[in-house]
Design a protein around this ligand. Structure first.
Ligand SMILES: [Ca+2]
Ligand SMILES: [Ca+2]
Length: 191
C-alpha cells in the first residue's frame, strides 16, 4: 500500500514538473511569420523558395528566359485584298508566315493555307517547335501569299520582342500592332 502511495506521489511530481516546464517554455518564433512570397513561392525557414522563372527575396522578379519556344502560330488577321486587287487572279491568297531576326530566317513555314478567307483564323503547328534564343531582341513575323509562277507576295509584317519582364510568362502571346496582319503565338519558356 505504501509502495503504491509513493509511486503515486512520484507520478504526480513528474507530471507537475512536465507541466511547469511546458508552461515556462517559450514558443519558438515562426521564422516565416510576416514573410510574403509572390508568384507561387513559399516560405521555408524565413526565406522564400521561388518557382522556376522567379527570383528575389519575395519571388517578385521575373528571370529572363534563355529560350521562348513557339509550338503554334495562329494568323488572326490579314488583308482581304492587295490594295483593292485580288491576291490571286481567281482565288484567295495562299498564306504562310515567316519569322526573321534581322536578315536571318528563323522559321519559314513549310506549308501554306490555300485560298485563305480573312473571316477565319488559320493555325500553323510548328513541328518541330522553334526556339527564340534571344528573347529580349527584336524579331519580325511576316505573312506571305504563296504564288506558283512568280515571287510570293508580302502581305504584311510586325516587329516584336518576345519577352516582357512584367507579364508573368503567358502561354499565348498576341502579336498585333493594329496593322493589316495579326498573330497569336503559343509558347513555353526555358531558363
Ligand atoms: Ca498572289
Ligand atoms: Ca490562291
Amino acid at each position: 500500500m505504501k509502495k503504491n502511495y509513493l509511486m503515486l506521489i512520484s507520478i504526480v511530481a513528474i507530471l507537475t514538473t512536465i507541466l511547469m516546464f511546458n508552461s515556462c517554455k517559450k514558443e519558438a518564433p515562426n521564422p516565416c511569420e510576416g514573410v510574403t512570397c509572390y508568384n507561387g513561392g513559399f516560405c521555408i525557414n524565413g526565406s522564400c523558395s521561388c518557382p522556376q522563372g522567379y527570383s528575389g527575396p519575395a519571388c517578385e522578379t521575373q528571370v529572363t528566359p534563355t529560350k521562348i519556344r513557339i509550338s503554334k502560330i495562329e494568323i488572326t488577321r490579314f488583308p482581304a485584298t492587295d490594295g483593292g486587287a485580288g491576291w490571286d487572279l481567281t482565288s484567295g491568297p495562299d498564306i504562310y508566315p515567316i519569322i526573321t531576326k534581322g536578315t536571318t530566317v528563323i522559321w519559314d513555314s513549310p506549308n501554306y493555307a490555300e485560298n485563305a478567307d480573312p473571316s477565319y483564323n488559320y493555325e500553323f503547328t510548328l513541328s518541330p517547335s522553334i526556339d527564340l534564343t534571344s528573347p529580349t531582341d527584336q524579331y519580325t513575323i511576316s505573312l506571305y501569299d504563296y504564288d506558283d509562277i512568280d515571287d510570293d507576295d508580302w502581305m504584311g509584317g510586325i516587329y516584336f520582342t518576345p519577352y516582357s519582364s512584367t507579364n508573368g510568362f503567358p502561354s499565348t502571346m498576341t502579336i498585333d500592332a493594329g496593322g493589316e496582319v495579326a498573330f497569336i503565338f503559343h509558347v513555353t519558356y526555358e531558363w
